[in-house]
Design a protein around this ligand. Structure first.
Ligand SMILES: Nc1ncnc2c1ncn2[C@@H]1O[C@H](COP(=O)(O)OP(=O)(O)OP(=O)(O)O)[C@@H](O)[C@H]1O
Length: 223
């Protein structure tokens, strides 16, 4: 379980000195489920993902993941924790264009030791239908690049998967493939949280959380 308690994130603001961009009293994300986070631009969706992964520092509050209060971790421990516990998938993929798909998938191995052994990158390529004959990812289509990004996010078999608009720049077929893959991961017991405006995503999620002005304004549970 990922639990957020009494979260407040403030940023410097020229007009008011400080401005709250995320305020959450109590919010939990259960394992084995896909949760979609929706809301207008600037409502705090990416900030919420970054709070869970420990990238954005809190002004106050705590994030507890499987019994560990990760907001108490020192930076180096949090980095190591993130590497082995959180898989991140981004709208713009964050791949290195000059590297091959295989090297992109293996990239997290070079960031330091992880507690869990890395999965076989070639098996991940097969599972996600990544073409094996491309020398660099810059020569791949967006749909193919997103498959590489998903495979990379799963390299250390993370218990949490965070995806920021992972279908936004994809056509319907590739978008559905991404949603299917994330639902498959949730079915294995992972906590999957995806920011998305895509109605297909929300329709297939166990829960959709709506944010506005940094606050949860609605929570829809699938019937
Ligand atoms: N480091 C920061 N410093 C100042 N303001 C920030 C910072 N990070 C985010 N913000 C502001 O916080 C608000 C929420 O940003 P966030 O990126 O979480 O929104 P979002 O819902 O993901 O938006 P979008 O859908 O446009 O990506 C925005 O007004 C943004 O400008």
């Amino acid at each position: 379980m990922v639990s957020l308690k009494k979260i407040n994130v403030e940023v410097p603001d020229t007009a008011n000195d400080r401005r709250a961009i995320l305020t959450i009293e109590d919010l939990s994300f259960p394992p084995g489920e896909l949760t979609v986070v929706a809301g207008p631009s600037g409502s705090g969706k990416s900030t919420l993902l970054n709070v869970i992964s420990g990238i954005t520092p809190l002004t106050s509050g705590s994030v507890t993941v499987f019994g560990e209060t990760v907001t108490d971790f020192r930076e180096s421990r949090r980095d190591a924790w993130r590497r082995q516990t959180v898989g991140m998938i981004f709208q713009d993929f964050n791949l290195i264009g000059e590297l091959s798909p295989l090297d992109n998938i293996r990239l997290p191995e070079s960031f330091g030791k992880a507690a869990r052994p890395a999965a076989d990158a070639r098996s991940l390529m097969k599972r996600f239908g990544v073409p094996e004959d491309r020398t660099t990812v810059s020569r791949m289509s967006r749909g193919e690049q997103q498959r590489v990004a998903i495979a990379r996010a799963l390299l250390f078999d993370p218990r949490i998967i965070l995806a920021d608009e992972p279908t936004a720049s994809l056509d319907t077929k590739n978008g559905s493939f991404v949603i299917d893959s994330l639902i498959e991961e949730a079915a294995k017991g992972k906590t999957v949280i995806a920011v998305s405006h895509d109605p297909e995503f929300a329709a297939r999620a166990a829960t959709t959380i709506h944010l506005d002005h940094g606050r949860v304004v609605r929570k829809d549970r699938a019937q």
